[in-house]
Design a protein around this ligand. Structure first.
Ligand code: SF4
Length: 187
């Protein structure tokens, strides 16, 4: 809350501050074992100040429920805290400006596992080149807290908005398989 109130809400470190209605810090259990990270706020998130609302958020909540959890028991955040115009992918300079906030969120929460949602979030967090179709379902490691902090296992999966657009049995099976791997790891 201090990070949000004192640093993020008034942040003007990159041009994304110019068009935002408000920042979208993230929400959930500060001691969550599972942290979901998306790319950036969309229109509904910009209006509400909350991450993953609307149809994609509802599907994410279904996924969380399928894992036997409630939304309030996990933590949900984005790589950038302000909405990119027309929902474009955040520029590298914008991600670089905002990443210290995400890093500190991860540092505070210290989740057992991070789940990245969609290709851009995986690339931003893990600095990988492969697309989400290849990367999903495989374990990666977040090293951003090293050397003082632990390495954190990361499972990339499809973004719920993509899943809504391509709501095939195969894609649903893939996401469920990714979430099951996380459940096994978290215990
Ligand atoms: Fe600041 Fe991040 Fe918003 Fe850029 S996206 S203005 S760095 S809070």
């Amino acid at each position: 809350e201090e990070l949000d109130l004192n640093e993020v809400r008034g942040c003007t470190k990159c041009v994304l501050c110019e068009n935002r209605t408000q920042t979208v810090f993230g929400e959930g259990d500060a001691e969550a074992k599972i942290m979901f990270i998306g790319e950036g706020p969309g229109q509904r998130e910009d209006e509400s100040g909350r991450p993953f609302v609307g149809r994609a958020g509802a599907l994410l909540e279904k996924e969380i429920a399928a894992m036997g959890l409630q939304r309030s028991q996990v933590y949900i955040a984005n790589a950038v805290k302000c909405r990119p115009p027309n929902n474009r992918t955040p520029a590298p300079t914008e991600v670089a400006a905002c990443s210290p906030f995400l890093q500190r969120q991860i540092q505070i929460i210290r989740p057992t596992v991070i789940i990245t949602l969609g290709g851009p979030a995986a690339k931003l967090l893990l600095d990988i080149r492969e697309g989400i179709t290849r990367a999903r379902g495989k374990w990666f490691t977040y090293d951003g807290l090293m050397p003082e902090g632990p390495q954190i296992p990361v499972m990339p999966t499809f973004h719920p908005a993509y899943l809504l657009r391509s709501y095939t049995a195969e894609n649903r099976r893939r996401v469920w398989s990714d979430l099951q791997k996380v459940m096994e790891r978290v215990g």
